[in-house]
Design a protein around this ligand. Structure first.
Ligand code: PAZ
Length: 318
């Protein structure tokens, strides 16, 4: 049975209180994002803002401990590649050190084990790549360099929850000028809870004080002002993760009703890389990776992106 649902917390108007300090570079990044979006939109390209990775919520102001979550950023990073392949320009709002497009394919490889040192003539030397250690590296490098040379990928990094909230707001406002050419693909796993600065101890919490009890507030939902005020013409996709499959679709439908955006990609923690459901107001579409597709290293993100493209086109033509 679904759990009772509390109302959306304050700041649904999109004003981030002093509890969330703005990063010092937010205006600079807003300008970069606006220029990026306008340049690409003017040349007929669509622009997608992808959020990716988890968030870190500090327990102390001089942070020793924090609450984190499981998200690796794989969904966001691989989706970015499929959007690029489909002709989109991508703003990649990702958590520092979460997976990054292209290089993600070599996560866990020790770079030094994939390189070979070769002495050359007259004191010169070369470093060679062992392509067995870095499979497909030549093709991946070629794709990455083409994307870079065409200026199609704008990476923007966040560390803390506050940074994420401010940068997402800035991104939404920056993309407003390109109307329905913009897509928001909100795959980051953002904490629902935080400890306000005013209630946070400054110094490291002492274990000598005994067991720890913390009380957390709810993080303001950004989707409401994003859809209503910041980028009302954009095509907006949110993600919903649950661990209990029996409440997944109900939660996805509730999100659509509450925020009035275009679609929710619903997934369950354990099966998220092989199965998702794309839920819209009038439809639900299951995407599944078959055994054969897994063998061929096809990724579910390719299917998600392929499914969303015609929906975005239709939305733009409405
Ligand atoms: O980052 P990842 O590939 O490990 O996981 C992806 C995901 C589960 C974070 C994403 O698909 C998702 O559901 N994001 C929204 C999570 C939520 O707040 O419900």
């Amino acid at each position: 049975m679904a759990q009772p649902h509390p109302p959306v917390p304050a700041a649904a108007d999109g004003n981030l209180s002093e509890e969330f300090a703005a990063p010092s570079h937010v205006e600079e990044v807003r300008k970069l994002m606006a220029e990026f979006a306008e340049r690409h939109s003017a040349s007929g390209r669509r622009v997608v803002l992808i959020t990716s990775g988890g968030t870190k919520v500090p327990l102390e102001s001089r942070t020793v401990r924090f609450l984190d979550n499981f998200s690796s950023g794989r969904r966001g990073a691989s989706s970015a590649e499929y959007f690029l392949d489909s002709g989109y320009a991508v703003i990649f709002l990702h958590r520092h050190r979460s997976l990054y497009p292209f290089i993600r394919l070599y996560t866990g490889v020790n770079l030094l084990d994939s390189l070979r040192f070769q002495p050359g003539d007259e004191g010169t030397s070369h470093v060679l790549v062992d392509q067995k250690e870095l499979p497909n590296i030549a093709a991946v490098l070629k794709r990455y360099q083409a994307v870079k040379a065409a200026g199609l990928l704008l990476p923007v990094e966040f560390n803390t929850l506050s940074e994420y909230l401010h940068l997402l707001k800035a991104a939404a406002q920056a993309l407003n000028s390109i109307g329905s050419n913009a897509m928001f693909y909100l795959a980051a796993a953002v904490s629902d809870f935080y400890i306000p600065v005013s209630e946070m101890p400054e110094h490291k919490i002492q274990s000598s004080n005994g067991p720890l009890q913390i009380s957390m507030k709810m993080v303001p939902k950004m989707l409401k002002p994003l859809v209503k005020d910041w980028a009302p013409q954009a095509f907006v996709i949110s993600f919903k993760l649950e661990t209990n499959p029996s409440i997944l679709l109900e939660c996805a439908r509730r999100a659509l009703d509450t925020y009035n955006h275009q679609a929710v990609v619903a997934n369950v923690l354990d099966t998220r890389h092989g199965y998702v459901v794309i839920v819209t107001k009038n439809s639900q579409h299951e995407l599944i990776l078959t055994e054969e597709e897994v063998q061929k290293e096809i990724e579910i993100e390719e299917k998600i992106v392929r499914n969303l493209l015609p929906a975005h086109t239709q939305f733009m033509n409405q």
